[in-house]
Design a protein around this ligand. Sequence first.
Ligand code: BGC
Length: 735
Amino acid sequence: MQNSAQIKSNEIDEKVENLLSKMTLSEKVGQMTQITLQAVSKTEGKVDQKYEVDLQKLQEAITKYHIGSILNVYNTALNLDEWHQLITQIQDIATKQTRIGIPIIYGIDAIHGANYTREATLFPQNIAMAATRNWELVKKSAEITAYEVRASGIPWNFNPVLGVGRNPLWSRIYETFGEDTYLVSTMGEAYVKGLEGENNQIGATDKVAGCVKHYLGYSFPLSGGDRTPAWIPERMLRDYFLPPFQKAIDAGVHTVMVNSSEINGIPVHSDRYLLTDVLRQELGFKGFVVSDWEDVKNLYNRDRVASSPKEAVLMAVMAGIDMSMVPYDFSFYNYLIELVKEGKIPQSRIDESVRRILRVKFALNLFDNPYPNLQMKDKVGSPEFAQVSLQAAREALTLLKNDNGLLPLNKNQKILVTGPNANLRSVLNGGWTYTWQGNEESLYPKTQKTILSGLQAKLGRANITYIEGTKFDEAVNIDQAVAAAKNVDVAIVVLGEETYTETPGNIHDLALPAAQLQLAAAIEKTGTPVVLVLVEGRPRIITPIVDDAKAILMAYLPGAAGGEAIADVLLGDYNPSGKLPITYPRHPNDLVPYDHKPIEVDNPNKLDPLFTFGSGLSYTTFKYSNLKFNRKQIRVGESINIKVTVKNTGNKTGKEVVELYLSDLYRTISPPVKQLKRFQGVTLQPNESKTVEFTLNQDDFAFHGRDNQRIVEPGEFKVAIGDLSAKFELLPSRK
Ligand code: BGC
């Protein structure tokens, strides 16, 4: 008996074969070509300009070059009506003015919500979502994102980012779910399920195709610079970077985008081993692979592994690229036709890619209805959706220090609010908000609260003094801020980063700019208690101002509801429960992740993070007890159950994220000192206890051995939860 998903899939196969048999070579190659909206636009897309498509260019792209896909916004987000008009225009041409009528698959970067649709809900960025340790919330945010992207008429989202963020300098750390492989895998899987649905029925009106990116190793550039080389040995690739992609592929994700850069000297767009042998044969990926921006060309222009633009196309397609984000011209299309005619690329290779692309278009139901669904409009940006974003922001906020219970603040206190990020909306959202860099403050709706207005909304204005103090890297009126600090009960100093993404976000120095450190230090010197609030996409070094700060709240990039959520936490209307998804370094040259090797432990000058991965305080206290296994010994192939009791020993209701860390004590490849293997949030009333149960299985014990094969080695393991730990033994399997 076949189930309905299989029947549907067989039906799709039949339709694809039927269509493919009618297509010319040019029509096929066109399907593999993706251009950007900029290539078919009239206006420059400036902030104050109405976007205008160039109809003639659009028609030419679709009818003459048969392009299969368009992406992006021109420059700034469109509103729903503009999207509807644009998508309708595009699909009218594709389905009515071409010989075979294949709809276009439009793709967009909806990185933290449908951030290129003006009315949409903006969520915290992924790094903050990871701090919630709440995969249900990640899934919910992805469901809403799918709804709002599809409601815009767009069926394809270039997210989630599944790079494991292991270099804190990198400008795209905030797009990741942090430095840990298990955390990234878990959140990534939840996001894919939210976008595509539990059964990947992406033809549903409220689902979209996901695109996991950037396969593989993009998130670990040696220099920290965006799009710079990674050097990652095979074992590390497999143990740390591959699992999130494997999980997402197992979850059925329909598309994959490739790492723009190179690993071990091989640009990934030219790497047949990774794109075909590993991705297709090992991971079993069935969808299609899209290049990143201009990256087929880059094999020649930038990386110099191809000696001509045409050879670059040959390399990329033979490596396994199915669709090229060209994105400004039709060179890929022209070269690819030549290469097939010259017999350098077999027709069968083209058919393979086109099949994959058409399958996704059929699965998305684009052939039956390629047009925006107008009925979906009303719920976009609804209060119901905004509530989820607010909840996510609250759960993300991570309390790193709270001397003498300074927080939550007493609501009658006199407060100074200062710092460059205190009264801006853009900085709460980061890059990929209304524009690529997210820095157009004027585009942010006035209804979005800043941290200052979030506090004012709760406390009124009378007791709050606001003085900017500094810009990001330039003093403005530090003296005035210092003078004001002397007349208040507490100073909230809001520091952090400007908005950025990709290469414009490269930095030379992980330290927070000097002006900001100066502002905080000067206020601390007044003796007025200081609360530091950090609004930043990566952990910028703040060491000189930490000891004299009484409280520190890590806000990451908490999204549109960040201002309100931060006020909630500062004032005790919400009890924080976020946990750091990344190590917070103390020293610029000590950027070692938490799951480092034993050899690091004995290095006296190193390994002194400011806050460890998993740090995060609450306004209540928790106590762990009764860590127990169902058995002390298991055999290879068996699983083990672990129970632990956690009690709220303070006097406020709170959520505790129970994290289970596993250490393989001895093995043939030096083991990480510990690795996160499970986590579960529990909400407890004062005095309430709950028992949490976990199961670990062989996947949790496996690693790649000396010959790079995946193995499980018998031996002793340690489980640590909270301040408790216990050991069990893994025995060889019975022969
Ligand atoms: C980024 C991708 C993004 C693409 C399309 C590239 O520069 O690396 O993450 O999906 O642009 O906007």
